[in-house]
Design a protein around this ligand. Structure first.
Ligand code: MN
Length: 227
């Protein structure tokens, strides 16, 4: 414990399918990356420049349960492809971006929609709607060496067995290599960075007792109980 004046926080990591731990550095999210979701949120589906927000590394949670957070009465699910970087850099060109990707996972960008909506209305940051305890349930990461780099495939979410969200990775407005290129033009990415790549249409609220089942073709499934 050399030199630390208080105990340092434990390292944050996400389990890897088949064993091992992926250490997390930063967590980025992209907004409105599926046209049908942009429309349902009241925005133009045209391709606008991508924009980003962040969650905290320790918001990632692989426990399989999601505690309903305080301060909100409209907590919504967003199923997303998770991209985990094994390498980083600045000004990464799209042609080389997939070489930085270590693996993929199934994740949920849980959102306090009422707080996010208020922040939007007042021109304030989104973080209080996005970055709260255990706000990013995630399944085990699958190494790209095993699953490849999926550019298409069904992405879906059921709540209590009823289909809520459904789309295809091919519907992403900004593809994974483009997301990495844009983000790395703004910040220096590093090994351990995690990117939530946006959600298809059908977002909606959950309540305690609900069971969310997320699925991405070729990556896996994620089952999370709201408690
Ligand atoms: Mn999202």
């Amino acid at each position: 414990m050399s030199g630390y004046v208080i105990p340092p926080a434990a390292p944050v990591w996400v389990p890897v399918a088949g064993g091992g731990r992926f250490p997390v550095r930063r967590v980025y999210g992209i907004g409105r990356n599926y046209a049908a979701h942009a429309v349902e949120m009241g925005h133009d589906p045209d391709r606008e420049p991508p924009f980003f927000f962040q969650k905290n590394p320790d918001n990632l949670d692989a426990s399989g349960s999601f505690p309903y957070p305080p301060g909100s009465s409209d907590v919504q699910h967003e199923v997303e492809l998770v991209v985990a970087l094994g390498r980083g850099g600045r000004d990464i060109c799209a042609d080389e971006a997939l070489g930085c990707v270590w693996g993929y996972g199934v994740g949920l960008d849980m959102t306090r929609r009422d707080l996010q909506a208020e922040a939007k209305r007042l021109g304030r940051p989104w973080e209080i709607g996005k970055a709260f305890e255990r706000s990013a349930p995630v399944g085990p990461l699958v190494p790209a060496a095993r699953c490849g780099h999926p550019s298409a495939g069904r992405i879906a979410l059921k709540v209590n067995g009823a289909l809520r969200q459904e789309g295809d990775l091919a519907q992403m407005i900004w593809k994974v290599p483009e997301i990495i290129a844009h983000l790395s033009a703004l910040v220096t990415l590093g090994p351990g960075d995690v990117i939530l790549t946006g959600t298809p249409a059908g977002v909606g609220a959950v309540v305690a007792g609900d069971v969310m089942e997320a699925e991405i073709e070729g990556i896996g499934t994620l089952r999370v109980s709201v408690v």
